[in-house]
Design a protein around this ligand. Sequence first.
Ligand code: AMP
Length: 289
Amino acid sequence: MELISGKIKETREQVKEWKRQGFTVGLVPTMGYLHEGHKSLMEAAKKENDKVAVSIFVNPIQFGPKEDFASYPRDFDRDAALCESVGVDLIFHPVAGEMYGEDFCTYVDMDGLTKELCGKSRPTHFRGVQTVVSKLFHIIPADRAYFGQKDAQQLAVIKRMARDLSMDIEIVGCPIIREEDGLAKSSRNTYLNKEERQAALVLNRSLAEGKKLIEAGVRDAAQIKQRIEETIGQEKLAKIDYVELVDFADITPIGNLSKAKEGEVLCAIAVFIGKTRLIDNFIWKGFGD
Ligand code: AMP
């Protein structure tokens, strides 16, 4: 590890020095409490770049007032050890005050893509995400940045932001990493007690039911949505936040899967298991269907 720093200036200087030396740089933005999902992004970054930077920052402005900012799990020492084991070259872990001065008042926002899915129940979330990711891109001027499909809407939003604002960085999407029993890995899984952990399997199971219908030739989104909702409904600890099928090109609702503009449909769900809100999804690539 060449640098572990909470300071913007020092971090930027290190990355600029790498660039001067002709190295390519990959960035993996995270909120810490790292697991195999994060690790897969770091490994992808490691393969495709000379240097890898990981940011660890629980970003207050992407949490709503009633959300879990205070209780979000944190363990820097464990995270640093995991980064070290993958061969990460730099960790940037600022405190909130380093990122947001008292008079901070500039945000990055988007008209499209952020209104559906998580944008409905978390109205200021993506503004917070876009703002922090823009800041990270300025602090760590990387060649590529890595994001998981686990947060598929976030991936779409960041790709669009980088394109619309002509940011000089390639956004790389990486597949969802799951536990052996199918639950998508998430830092928030630590909130689940034993019974809830079992109940949480309904997310992946309901998506599998939806997929089955598509494989059987169903293209009517309402029918697929209904099957997924019915499956989740069978789990008593689960409460649906949303089940939606959207055109992945612009995150707008879609009636018939065959009509997707670029042939990709995102089927995304958010479900409360007890008090814990979990998300999962799959992308159907039906181009030429
Ligand atoms: P977070 O720390 O939850 O903000 O996540 C940081 C990055 O890791 C985001 O790009 C996530 O999409 C990605 N990520 C989180 N969980 C997974 C997972 N199970 N599989 C793949 N990527 C993930």
